[in-house]
Design a protein around this ligand. Sequence first.
Ligand code: SF4
Ligand code: SF4
Length: 399
Amino acid sequence: MSTQRIAPKRWLIQVMLLVSQILIPFVTINGNPFLRIDIGLRTFFMGGAPVRIDQFYLVLLLTLAMLAGFLLVTVLLGRVWCGWFCPQTVLNDLADLFLRRFKRVLPPALLKFGWHIVALLIAMLVSAILLFWFQAPSTVIKGVIDYRSHPVIFSSFFILTFLIYLDVVLVQRSFCRSYCPYGRLQTALMDEGTLNLAFLEETRNRCLRCSSCVSACPMEIDIRNGFQIECISCGRCIDACRTIMERRDRSDGLIAYRFGQGYKLRIGLKTVILLALFAVISGSVAWGVFSRSDTAFTVQRNATAETRTMPDGSQIQAWRAVIGNRGTKPEVYSIDLSQSSPGLKTELLGPITTIRVAPNENQQVDFSIRFSSAPVSGRKMALRLNRSGLPVTTVHVQQ
Ligand code: SF4
Ligand code: SF4
């Protein structure tokens, strides 16, 4: 058993998480945000790749992958997410840190006032970080400073700040104890191999009954009574007991992390299934994101328009194309015929050149195809889409 403290590791992880959440919205790849659900552009940027609204099945897949990942972590590590990574815990830990640090140096009235100011600053920071995930940071900062530039951002920021402030000063850890749905779900997922906190039965008789473990627990649990589902695996009771036992007789603490009854990770069937699910869905998302096309092109005959026969015997059919620009800048497209049935002279008529399409927009193009002789049903043609004069994709249609 180790006598090292858990708290520095937990703080390191929480600080890294906080810093990464502040920095990630500022990271760009090829001019695109690294990760953002950009509401203004109706685009989800994943690793710098823009996923447009008509490709949002990838977002659904990503959500499923995250769900499988969460379930997997819960089956293996129990409520470690809650005690080490959850933003609600990080907020509460920051608040606790302030109270602990300044309790002895500030008079009670000043401590209370300072506490509300700190809670407000934390709430403002968290609101800004949240909005950064949905809008460019420069837009958010501008919107918060100047109501007229972006009223929605301005009001969202202050509503969020108010709600998070209430969460920090009023709700606190009661949310984890009583309301968090993920906490309830964890109860059903944990099994005999899941990591949890245990008061070690083999050393029970060495317990000093000092209650340091109980005083240190943010969830007000007495771990000596056995595992309780409210336990968020934060490890504070381990540190408290180690400190006491070291002072007393330089021995180890009486509480430890355990996978069920042992110290080794156990991989059961549930874990294997979740791991496989996570790997398959994440792989599909990665494949979908990096193999997706940045242009959509569909063509079909205009079913409501009849074929017209011209005086020279040629026939004209009405067709409709839809061009989707999934890139991040405006593009100019054109359509031409790359292949037609042998012996059939064909010509495209209508606005098929210089088709301008804005990013994340779909443009409908109504055009006609003129055949030198009566088209024979079932014959195939290939229509090519060009972007800035270069071929992008070809679709095959039937006459
Ligand atoms: S029992 Fe220990 S690990 Fe569980 S919440 Fe309390 S202090 Fe944290
Ligand atoms: S801190 Fe350790 S010694 Fe003290 S009551 Fe808790 S388990 Fe017993």
